[in-house]
Design a protein around this ligand. Sequence first.
Ligand SMILES: *Cc1c(COP(=O)(O)O)cnc(C)c1O
Length: 497
Amino acid sequence: MEYVSTRDKSRKVSAAYAIANGIAPDGGLYCPTEFPTLTAEDWHALANLDYKGRSARILGKFLTDFSGEELAQYAAKAYADEKFGGKDTAPVVSLGEGKHMLELWHGPTCAFKDMALQMLPHLLTASLRKTGETRTACILVATSGDTGKAALDGFHDVEGTKIMVYYPVDGVSPMQKLQMVTQEGANVEVVAIHGNFDDAQSAVKRIFTDEETRAKLDRDGMMLSSANSINWGRLAPQIAYYVSAYCDMVKSGAVKMGEKINICVPTGNFGNILAAYIAGRMGLPVNKFICASNRNNVLTDFFKKDGVYDKNRAFYTTTSPSMDILISSNLERLLFFASDFDDKLVGDLMQRLTKDGKYQAPASVFETIAADFDAGCCDDEQAAQTIRALWENEHYLCDTHTAVAVRVYEDYRARTGDQTPTVIASTASPFKFCRSVIEALGGTLEKDDVTQLDVLTKLTGVPAPAPLAALAGKQPRFDRVVDKSEILQTVELLKDL
Ligand SMILES: *Cc1c(COP(=O)(O)O)cnc(C)c1O
């Protein structure tokens, strides 16, 4: 399988090259040039495999320069029982009214990012080897909260790598911040920036395309790579859990083999829902992909307003911070796929996005997209009501991000009458966003309790995940705060790690 940039498909690279380098030199995102299909034989095999086996089999379809044994080995390590609480790696919990919660947060940092970021270090170090790269890979991460910790956990003390995480100083939850600043490991650095997630993401993209910075790092034996969902190695592992969920639903009798499902995803950078879409292009039977946004509803408008993407709008800080994003990077990949791999078009649109903060997808491309996608959004108040209703009516505790998806799905179902069984991506443990969840349930926060874990447990009887409980005694290691204009200089810090 070959990979090309969304903005220039003339130069073909291997999966290993795409993963090692993260982003294409033209600023585009690496994509496969075709979609592998799931055959009857695949489905039969997948049904009888555990999550590790399913992951390796799906990855093998895309990463053809990796052997089956290699991928099986990585999957066994990435999704080891001791890392995922010994439970099903990505269980489906079926609730009322067609809701099937795909819980993606049983990993070490309690958010769905672990599903990819426990795998990425294995893929990346192997990719460096396969491409003959001898320099140290410096992974730059812009985070709205969850990616940062998941990437730190995945990469700390991984040989041949260094990792630097940038987070918006006022844009993450106290728990997310605590998780990041207490990270152990000799090869890690965490920097807070004055600015929002988009500022961090744009700055990191700028570092990637800054020739001078790259040359300087090169002289010091370092190269840049990315652990954000712009990296194909981050996206590819996410495809497997949608296929896995379907296998589990067939097994439990929730759907019959071949029957269509909907997939509803709380969306920020558009990576997770794009992985679902790719699973669909491989043959997973999907009726609608439902894109759920919070008050930062630039994507809802894109889907509702004939493909006009316009980031010129107010940015809101919400109770679902991992979705507080105005530039959803992976939409670029959807445009590439839906336009039948039209690199000129995508390059054009992205240039317009940089210049005017806005573009309109051509009608033919948007029609293709609109046939597959639906979208909706809700505000913090509606998300809180949803958390409370789910708990009171179904005794199911969910976090603020997942609540946005549940609410948007309920609205979709009421609006369309569509009764198709729906997989809702549950993207974080409710304990990761304790304060908002406690408030939604009508509980009272305890003044001196940073994490509030005990408060939520007392309120619900649900125990906190062990990795979050373990944060209590940890000392912060990082307290650097810089202006967004100074991000380029912080690259210097990599030398000393
Ligand atoms: C990252 C994140 C999202 C958004 O996922 P994207 O792939 O960026 O669309 C949603 N919920 C949680 C909890 C997250 O951490």
